[in-house]
Design a protein around this ligand. Structure first.
Ligand SMILES: [Zn+2]
Length: 501
């Protein structure tokens, strides 16, 4: 059986845009009027805004042509009109549209965004604007032209207003900034471009977890996913992770969920793909809807992507791929650990997942002994086996370390505390995450050989001998692949308590 699993993750600066309480919109506000035309022959979303030229008569608009592995995104821009007339230049390499007119003059810019591919949505085109007669799903950077002059270094957060017009029938919206048809918020350049906008006839779920509004919207009907269960599980996952980080604020957690159409003629020859992208206070997810799709897999995807709100977005890697063992590996470990803690994943499922998804493929991998320093962007993105290496190695190291801390520290601490210490250290000192930050935090846990272990298992890439882990009630197979098993069925409660602590 052919099985494709793709996990997209884009590291994006992802803070919390705050609501503006004032009702008065001043001229410094970047104000867009948006209107979806989904019933048109070529469905589109039209956007309008006003901006002004500088003293040279120029306006520089950020708009992505290439990025996130996509090319030629300018092809989705139609009917660009400038009023009064101005010269327009499409700078493909610079991801910029340049206008030239009279100095210090206001200009009205209007355009339409269309879907530039004909075929049904597959995993290949989820990063392009999706606009059809049912819905639109477009990233901020592919929907909104953003005047650079509004986003200065002195004032990185800009007041943005979006009015959603609906002359051609009613529609719902869900995006990184809420679900209202009149939106006012503050956002940095990176926050506005790394956002998602979904509209159409939506099946939306919205529920407050303390002050945090949890939103899950899909424009599709699903055969192989229990949407009600997915909504409840997402709500629990958000609550659990916010409790974990001890963070309760009025941010929104928005999740969009789009169906992709992979080739699946029969059960022995079926493609299935689920993936997601972490964005500003939100993440966009995609999945095919065939017999291989399960709620369990989606729960894992949601838990993983949500954890990136803190690890990856708030705690930022200093050298990207060099710290993927942490940002991907530890994220993956906590996705599983917190699903176990919530009861969404049973002990048996937790152990089966670790065996199937991590231990077996890692110890069988020819890359398992490659040093961490050899993981780079080119290998990570172009070679599936290299792409999986930091996920698996990092998870196993997190599991090892968590066990050691629980066993060696007599004050009930665990790897959970290490994570919160790292969050505290990186945010209060305003530093990025690297090995030094990590080892400085670990120093406080009084573990024997923690520096050697890190050097050995992460930097040098030597596989961990799991059989030396002494967890009551669990044994590991000896030999090449140390699969994990329950030793005594009577001890399952005790094992669960230990693993989820
Ligand atoms: Zn990830």
């Amino acid at each position: 059986m052919k099985k494709i699993y793709i996990l997209f993750f884009i590291l994006s600066a992802c803070g919390g845009p705050k609501e503006i309480t004032s009702n008065s919109i001043e001229s410094t506000v970047l104000s867009y009027v948006v209107q979806p035309n989904l019933t048109a022959e070529i469905p589109s979303v039209s956007v309008q805004f006003e901006t002004a030229t500088n003293e040279k008569g120029e306006i520089q608009l950020a708009f992505t042509n290439e990025g996130w592995d996509e090319k030629d995104l300018f092809k989705s821009v139609k009917n660009l009109k400038i009023s009064p007339k101005a010269n327009v230049e499409f700078l493909k390499k610079e991801n910029e549209i340049k206008l030239k007119g009279n100095p210090n003059k206001k200009y009205k810019v209007s355009y339409e965004i269309i879907q530039d591919f004909k075929e049904k949505v597959t995993t290949e085109n989820t990063f392009r604007p999706i606009i059809n007669s049912n819905y639109f799903h477009v990233f901020g950077k592919s929907l909104f032209m953003m005047p650079y002059s509004n986003f200065t270094d002195d004032d990185p957060s800009v007041e943005i207003q979006i009015l959603w017009k609906s002359e051609f029938g009613s529609y719902d919206i869900t995006n990184s900034f809420g679900t209202e048809k009149t939106q006012k918020f503050k956002a940095k350049f990176s926050e506005f471009s790394s956002s998602i906008f979904l509209g159409g006839k939506l099946n939306s779920y919205e529920k407050l977890w303390n002050q945090n509004n949890v939103v899950l919207s899909t424009p599709d009907t699903w055969e192989n996913v229990d949407i009600t269960r997915l909504q409840n599980d997402l709500y629990n996952i958000v609550g659990l992770q916010r409790n974990f980080w001890k963070e309760n604020n009025s941010e929104t957690t928005t999740v969009t969920f789009i169906k992709t159409f992979e080739n699946c003629p029969n059960e022995t020859n079926c493609l299935n793909s689920c993936g997601g992208t972490g964005l500003t206070n939100s993440f966009a997810t995609y999945c095919s809807d065939n017999f291989m799709t399960t709620n369990e897999r989606l729960n894992w995807l949601f838990a993983h992507e949500l954890f990136h709100h803190w690890v990856g977005s708030t705690i930022v890697n200093e050298s990207e791929e060099i710290e993927y063992w942490f940002s991907e590996g530890f994220t993956n470990y906590f996705a599983y650990k917190l699903l176990l803690r919530s009861g969404i994943l049973s002990l048996e499922d937790f152990m089966a997942k670790l065996n199937e998804e991590v231990i077996e493929p890692h110890y069988n991998s020819t890359l398992k002994t490659k040093p961490n320093g050899e993981i780079n962007a080119e290998k990570f993105w172009s070679d599936k086996e290299w792409g999986k290496l930091p996920y698996r190695r990092g998870l196993l190291y997190a599991f090892y370390l968590d066990t050691k801390i629980k066993q060696n520290v007599d004050d009930n601490r665990s790897l959970d505390d290490v994570m919160r210490d790292i969050l505290y250290k990186t945010t209060t000192n305003k530093v990025e995450f690297n090995r030094h930050v990590f080892l400085e935090v670990l120093y406080g846990y009084k573990l024997n050989d923690y520096e050697n272990d890190y050097e050995n298992f992460i930097e040098q890439g030597n596989p961990i001998d799991l059989t030396k882990l002494n967890i009551t009630g669990i044994y590991f197979e000896t030999g090449k692949v140390p699969l994990m098993h329950i030793q005594e069925m009577e001890a399952t409660d005790k094992i669960s308590r230990f693993l989820m602590r």
